[in-house]
Design a protein around this ligand. Structure first.
Ligand code: UD1
Ligand code: MG
Length: 491
């Protein structure tokens, strides 16, 4: 790869994107977990260029901030007015004035372009000794694209824009993908000589090819058979089409690497996700960001994970998670909501209708049902009863609660933070816990039960309840399920 290492990649991304009908600059729209320009930057990075320049214009501040966040090594060049692709590259070149050697130009709105295609383009450029090499494709409907006009020897005479093309030229099915390798000197020279004498009154980058050709330089093409890699996004219909295609390619690659995907039609995986072999993804699973899944895990159905690490053999069912770490053989869901800062230890469990945030669930600890655990440390082997609430917020501040090793919190307890429940302690069901608990203690904080004999007969006389009570006392109850042996057995 380093043999072909280019002096610079210039990504054109200043255009308006009017057809997106969006307040967001076109190149910031996303697919497969990256922005359009993010895909272009990722492809360019694979070439290890000395300089990586993105030409920005429309929505400049937003695009610059985004680029700084995804790749601080990117340099931006501002194109104040969108005078055409030739002007855009002029602006890009001005950011790196003393370039020598090959310069690659790509577009910020062609998201499926793969690094290998760029490498092949650069290799063809070198092998053929070209001054310029352009990436082309033969497409069924070339409308709108620049057409490749070839000389008898197969080299390129010119690229003619659709709006400038004659009827004969419009019949040409080979199109300009808008991706090029230029010899730096040829590019610099050509850009000084292009004019706006064309149907759109723009400075066309493509005119540099005809100029070089007239100077007797060799201009070649590298044809890709994978037309989708050359497709640009101009509106949201194309965005959806390319998003689906990108996802299909991602899933195909995962399946070929050993991941089982039960229903590819309803499974969405970002480019940025890592999945090991022998993971199973069940229908309706969406995996985003820096999510990683280790071997043997099962994820889904109906699960969305963003920036979540899932350990080997874990099961994550009907769960919405972000910023969480799920341990080996742990089990999560169904119907769980993991918020950032959640960690689950080896064989830990987060069960049904449980929400967690900034919560550490230790090895083998269980939070099985109907719980909110916020700002909590639940140590190894502890068990949190159904309906427990970690009351972490006093209306002003958030506070932390710890439940010690092998401690047990009874159902329907509220733990009013900050609280320390030591190792080996109990909290009785229904407790509103406002004091800490020492090792070996049980804390009970609830109204003491009192039974009032004869209350039903006095206050509910004549009801079916009163009749049932009378029958039960007299031993004439017809239904053993109410109070008889059957009820005991069913427990
Ligand atoms: C361009 C090519 C055309 C090719 C097509 C491939 C030219 C003259 N034509 O046409 O041959 O088939 O791409 O998709 O180059 N941009 C700027 N500043 C500008 C104008 C454009 O940064 O002043 C950027 C856009 O943001 C975009 C890229 O350049 O990323 C291409 O611009 P666009 O207007 O889409 O060019 P096309 O008319 O599609
Ligand atoms: Mg375009």
């Amino acid at each position: 790869m380093t043999a072909h290492r280019p002096a610079a990649v210039i990504i054109m991304a200043a255009g308006q994107g009017t057809r997106m009908k969006s307040a967001v600059p076109k190149v910031l729209h996303t697919l497969g977990g990256r922005s359009l320009v993010g895909h272009a930057v990722a492809a360019a990075r694979a070439l290890e260029p000395e300089h990586l320049v993105v030409v920005v214009g429309t929505g400049r501040e937003q695009v610059e901030a985004h680029l700084a966040s995804i790749d601080p090594g990117v340099r931006t060049a501002v194109q104040e007015q969108q005078l055409g692709t030739g002007d855009a590259v002029r602006c890009g070149l001005a950011a790196v004035p003393d370039l020598d050697g090959p310069v690659i130009v790509t577009s910020g709105d062609v998201p499926l372009l793969e690094p290998q295609t760029l490498l092949d383009l650069v290799a063809a450029h070198d092998d053929e000794g070209n001054a310029i090499t352009v990436l082309t494709a033969r497409v069924p409907d070339p409308t709108g694209y620049g057409r490749i006009v070839r000389a008898a020897d197969g080299t390129i005479d010119a690229i003619v824009e659709h709006k400038d093309a004659t009827a004969d030229q419009r019949a040409i099915g080979e199109i300009n993908a808008g991706i090029y390798v230029f010899d730096a000197a040829t590019l610099r020279d050509g850009l000084q000589r292009i004019t706006t004498d064309n149907a759109q009154g723009e400075l066309y980058l493509t005119d540099v090819l005809a100029i070089a050709r007239k100077d007797g330089k060799r201009v070649g093409a590298h044809v890709t058979a994978d037309e989708m890699q050359t497709e640009g996004v101009n509106d949201r219909v194309q965005l959806a089409t390319l998003r689906a295609e990108l996802n299909r390619r991602t899933l195909d690659a995962l399946m070929r690497s050993g991941v089982t995907i039960v229903d590819p039609r309803t499974t969405w995986v970002d480019r940025t996700v890592t999945i090991e072999p022998d993971v199973t993804l069940l229908p309706n699973t969406q995996l985003h960001g820096a999510t990683t899944i280790a071997t043997g895990a099962t994820v889904g159905p109906d699960t969305t994970q963003t920036d979540v690490q899932i350990g080997p053999g874990a099961a994550v069912i009907r769960t919405h998670g972000s910023g969480a770490v799920i341990g080996e053989q742990a089990s999560v869901g169904p119907f769980a909501y993991l918020r950032p800062g959640t960690t689950v230890g080896v064989r830990g469990k987060i069960g049904t209708f449980v929400e967690t945030k900034n919560a550490e669930i230790g090895d083998g600890a269980k939070v099985p049902h109907l719980t909110y655990a916020g700002d909590a440390t639940i140590r190894e082997g502890a068990n949190i009863g159904a309906g427990t609430i970690f009351a972490n917020y006093d209306g002003v501040n958030k506070w932390h609660t710890t439940v010690g090793r092998y401690s047990f919190v009874g159902s329907n307890s509220v733990l009013v933070a900050p609280r320390e429940i030591a190792d080996g302690a109990y909290v009785a069901a229904g407790t509103a816990l406002t004091d800490d608990v020492a090792p070996g203690e049980i804390a009970v904080a609830r109204g003491k039960q009192r039974n009032v004999a004869g209350w039903v007969a006095r206050r509910r006389a004549g009801t079916k309840t009163a009749k049932a009570a009378e029958e039960a006392v007299a031993g004439t109850s017809g239904d053993t399920g109410v109070n008889g042996a059957g009820a005991e057995e069913s427990r």
